[in-house]
Design a protein around this ligand. Structure first.
Ligand SMILES: Cc1cc2nc3c(=O)[nH]c(=O)nc-3n(C[C@H](O)[C@H](O)[C@H](O)COP(=O)(O)OP(=O)(O)OC[C@H]3O[C@@H](n4cnc5c(N)ncnc54)[C@H](O)[C@@H]3O)c2cc1C
Length: 326
């Protein structure tokens, strides 16, 4: 429990970690059992807010309801809780309502492109039994979904929908050009043992035996790009810290990132296999009964979405693939 003072001039504290909606008397008794709180008095008891929601498995990927065309749902009505959860759905539902009215293709993000994509896919594929919060642990591609590369993942979409103004776009484009330049510069550098070995020794990593590429040093866990650049006595082009950060992350974790990208590609292949809206899951007797019932209820829009429904096995996915003519 964290005891958080409510202000300078009050004895009131917020008991973070004691959230409960049990009856007031029970709350009093429970708190007074905590050492140090034997004489605690309540200003206000804890409480719960109940609300109703529509099972979000009734939504399409663009947050449009399957039953009522052009009715879009976002936020708490879909069983989520939280400001950001509501805000991102509002953005996606709003954009898609607009696109739908104009007869344009929907704007969808998949699980490898944004946490918004994970949230919406979880909701429409798995539904939710209790208020849904967007935890990072819900995402499988966490090397790709990083805070530092949110601009690289999403700015171009924003620009294409008119949400990124010229000044912002220029800032982003300049940064990306600089990252490319800085990365190319790094690739072209090599370093002499004499220039690097004292520093490598100090950092507890093996010395160089001969002149070698600078970028290979970046991959060593003991070394940081800024540390290396500071100590090798070479002239370094001046790029901002955030530019070097992108270069460093790209180099340091390239092996892991590549492996994850392979997984992403696999996901995309399944995601690209669309299931027609009128597809009759009930008739495919080769599918398990559970699988047939769940597929018929949720009506996934892609094979990727179908594969994430609990109870739908990899064998079921193979069967669906055959029936979809693949
Ligand atoms: C006490 C409390 C504390 C919270 N603290 C946090 C927190 O610290 N951090 C956090 O992330 N989240 C918090 N939440 C959760 C968060 O506030 C909600 O999940 C989020 O605001 C939901 O946004 P929403 O747009 O989906 O719904 P709402 O914000 O509820 O918006 C729905 C809107 O629809 C309007 N409306 C309803 N019926 C009609 C109608 N028939 N016609 C027209 N309009 C209608 C309502 O007036 C309301 O303005 C808290 C919630 C509560 C209740």
């Amino acid at each position: 429990m964290f005891i958080e003072p409510e202000g300078w001039d009050t004895v009131e504290v917020y008991i973070n970690g004691f959230s409960t909606s049990l009856p007031e008397e029970v709350q009093h008794e429970a708190l007074r059992k905590v050492p140090g709180f034997e004489n605690a008095r309540f200003f206000r008891p804890g409480y719960a807010v109940e609300y109703d929601y529509f099972p979000p498995t009734q939504l399409k990927h663009n947050l449009e309801t399957k039953l009522v065309p052009r009715l879009f749902f976002a936020g708490q009505i879909n069983g989520t809780t939280g400001y950001e959860e509501a805000a991102c759905q509002g953005l996606m539902a709003g954009m898609n309502a607009h696109l739908s009215v104009r007869g344009e293709a929907p704007f969808l993000l998949d699980r490898s492109q944004a946490y918004m994509g994970v949230l919406i896919d979880d909701l429409i594929t798995k539904g939710t039994e209790e208020p849904y919060r967007m935890f990072t642990s819900r995402a499988e591609f966490r090397l790709t979904l990083r805070q530092d590369n949110a601009d690289r993942r999403l700015t171009e979409f924003g620009r294409s929908y008119g949400l990124i103004d010229d000044a912002q776009w220029k800032r982003y484009s300049d940064k990306m050009n600089a990252v490319t330049e800085a990365d190319a510069w790094l690739s072209a550098q090599s370093v002499e043992p004499d220039a690097a070995n004292a520093y490598l020794d100090e950092m507890g990593t093996a010395p160089l035996k001969q002149r070698g590429p600078l970028d290979q040093l970046v991959a060593r866990p003991q070394l940081s790009l800024s540390g290396i650049l500071e100590h090798i006595g070479q002239e370094v082009p001046s790029f901002s810290e955030e530019v070097w950060e992108q270069v460093e992350i790209g180099r340091k974790y390239s092996g892991y990132i590549e492996k994850e990208l392979e997984q992403v590609e696999k996901l995309k292949r399944l995601e690209n296999l669309k299931i027609p809206a009128a597809f009759s899951f009930e008739k495919i007797t080769a599918l398990s009964m559970e699988s047939r019932q769940k597929l018929a209820k949720i009506r996934p829009e892609t094979l990727g979405q179908a594969s994430r429904i609990s109870g739908v096995s990899p064998a079921d996915v193979q069967i669906l693939m055959v029936h979809l003519g693949r």
